[in-house]
Design a protein around this ligand. Structure first.
Ligand SMILES: NC(=O)c1ccc[n+]([C@@H]2O[C@H](COP(=O)([O-])OP(=O)(O)OC[C@H]3O[C@@H](n4cnc5c(N)ncnc54)[C@H](O)[C@@H]3O)[C@@H](O)[C@H]2O)c1
Length: 254
């Protein structure tokens, strides 16, 4: 049976990418959308979840951090899973997500690409081998409309590196002026913004006379849409709890 999806943020850029991929997907289908600014996209689109008439199995959310509770409450009361792909959640939002995960299946990640999730494991392994002899700097590049910096993905990568140091590294956003010699406890974070760059992340390990860089470059938003659909299929029928990319990969590799 196909996974029936409610697409929140259906009329946005990511919504469009998800719909386009679903149009040829034999295992999943968008039954309707929810969007603050509905327009004709080939499926019914409602301005709020209270108006949704269709039955569904999973919500894919590519909207914004606003009205999070409405989405979570709908998922809980209708017993559907929810893939939270929106970014920009506050500490209160994250606490709310944890609360709802007690009764609802919630998949959440700041980056839905398979490559970035592999990169997390690679940078952690590199940090374990290289240790304090190598300085770690993270450089991320995004389009000129991106609101937050550093990106959620850059922070996720820094956290993966930091796991190898038992969380002792501190994150330093950029450098300016006479900032003196580099402190060994730093992970430098650098955000570049320009044009239409979809998303690039580089983790650099700089040692004496040698440099290792691990890089991921997203060439289109389709990669995130594909990840969200994969996550929706994974979440279909799952029991309550919080899931992330590594759970999906573990299941697919079994
Ligand atoms: N996790 C990932 O891998 C990943 C990848 C790409 C984008 N994103 C995130 O997905 C979100 C959407 O990105 P986009 O590029 O499609 O943005 P967009 O602005 O093009 O589209 C967002 C759509 O959601 C609608 N919307 C906004 N708030 C809403 C709400 N509270 N309820 C219903 N509809 C609402 C808007 O009207 C718009 O149509 C952003 O938060 C972005 O950071 C995450």
């Amino acid at each position: 049976m196909k996974t029936r999806i409610i697409l929140c943020g259906a009329c946005g850029k990511m919504g469009g990418n998800v719909l386009s991929l679903l149009s040829t997907d034999e295992q999943a289908v968008a039954v309707c959308g929810v969007d603050l600014f509905p327009r004709e996209i080939g499926i019914p689109v409602y301005t709020d979840f209270a108006s949704v008439k269709e039955d569904a199995d999973v919500i894919i959310d590519f909207s914004s951090a606003d009205n999070l509770k409405e989405r979570l409450e709908y998922a809980k009361t209708h017993n559907v899973g929810i893939v939270l792909a929106s970014t920009g959640f506050t500490a209160d939002d994250l606490a709310l997500i944890d609360e709802y995960a007690k009764t609802t299946a919630i998949f959440k990640t700041a980056n839905l690409s398979l490559g970035v999730n592999l990169m997390q494991a690679l940078v952690k392994a590199a940090a374990e081998v290289l240790g304090d002899n190598f300085d770690v700097e993270i450089i991320e590049r995004h389009h000129n409309l991106k609101k937050d910096a550093p990106s959620g993905t850059a922070l996720m990568l820094a956290d993966s590196v930091n796991e190898a140091f038992d969380g002792k590294k501190k994150y330093l956003d950029g450098r300016t002026g006479i900032c003196g010699a580099r402190d060994k406890s730093e992970i430098g974070m650098h955000a570049v913004r320009g044009g239409t760059i979809v998303g690039e992340h580089e983790v650099m390990f700089a040692g004496e006379d040698e440099i290792i860089t691990i890089t991921h470059s997203a060439r289109s938003k389709r990669v995130f849409a594909a990840g969200a659909i994969r996550a929706a299929k994974f979440l279909h029928g799952k029991r309550a709890g919080k899931y992330e990319m590594k759970d999906l990969l573990a299941e697919e590799n079994n």
